[in-house]
Design a protein around this ligand. Structure first.
Ligand code: GLU
Length: 288
């Protein structure tokens, strides 16, 4: 099968160093495999969205030499597909409405298990909808981090696929769209390593293929905190792309030629002897 990779930013701020490193890692893997590199704007969480950031991110990527092979897919345009997936899960009896609050679940470490709610149904308020997490081990072989396994019931619990506000959750939208875009390998940051078993379980429930996964190390700030767009940390400047691109290449242990005159030249050099298996590992492991 032809390789298809993707970069799937949430429009919660401008492109920052951490997301540039993830975009670069997924672009390199796709180009190395002679495959396609696609974009997806994960704009299904309006309260967290920063106006203008989707346009800003999409405009910045080509300045860093990261050109996609097709126009970006917007998740806000995909609600009908999520409705279909949701109805399928509901018809199969795999989801249930839930009125439990965070406080209700504090006694079980925030986990909801065995479809058993603490809060009673409340017809005055809309529920969240959760997918039942069975007592099984989900295992996968991460292309960089090696074999991973997670007991879904213990370490994920029944998880939300549609939120109280009516928005679909990241896990459901991501799985539906990775399949829709024909993604064969998901390359992203290690912070999502522990979402992967839930996504694989959803793929099984929906009869969708499971892509390969490769989780990159996560860029941290000087204090060891995750660089996240929502913290407005370290935006990169597309008008002066070479310094940030060199940093991102070094972060992935790749050559960052001093004399290259353009982003494209830097990328060409990095791609020349790129080997995905030599990317740096991250320290995350899943609790089984
Ligand atoms: N939208 C997520 C983020 O910006 C990434 C999702 C993914 O790569 O699966 O962190």
């Amino acid at each position: 099968m032809d390789y298809r990779g993707r970069f799937a930013p949430s429009p919660t701020g401008q492109l920052h160093f951490g997301s540039l490193a993830a975009a670069l890692g997924s672009w390199l893997c796709a180009r190395h495999a002679g495959g396609q590199w696609l974009l997806r704007v994960e704009d299904i969480d309006p309260p967290r969205e920063v106006p203008g950031s989707a346009t800003g991110i999409l405009a910045a990527l080509p300045a860093f030499g990261l050109a996609a092979d097709a126009p970006a897919l917007y998740q806000s345009q995909r609600i009908a597909a999520y409705d279909t997936a949701f109805e399928r899960l509901r018809a199969a009896g795999q989801v249930f409405p839930c009125w439990c609050s965070r406080a209700d679940l504090a006694a079980t470490g925030g986990f909801h298990r065995d479809g058993r709610c603490v809060a009673p149904p409340d017809p005055q308020r809309p529920p969240a909808w959760r997918l039942r997490a069975p007592d099984i081990e989900v295992a996968f072989d991460d292309a960089l981090q090696g074999p991973q396994r997670q007991n879904l019931r213990e370490n994920a619990g029944d998880f939300v696929i549609r939120r109280v506000e009516g928005f679909y959750a990241y896990q459901l939208a991501c799985v539906v769209d990775d399949a829709y875009q024909g993604i064969t390998e998901v390359v992203r940051g290690c912070d999502l390593l522990d979402s992967t078993p839930r996504q694989i379980w959803l793929q099984r429930c929906l009869g969708l293929p499971t892509p390969r996964y490769l989780h990159l190390p996560l860029a941290l700030d000087d204090e060891g905190h995750k660089l996240s767009k929502s913290e407005h940390a370290h935006p990169v400047d597309p008008r002066d792309p070479l310094p940030a691109l060199r940093r991102a290449l070094r972060f992935l242990d790749l050559p960052a030629a001093i004399h290259a005159a353009s982003a494209e030249a830097l990328l060409e050099r990095a791609l020349h002897d790129f080997d995905p298996s030599r990317l740096p590992h991250c320290s995350n492991r899943l609790a089984a």
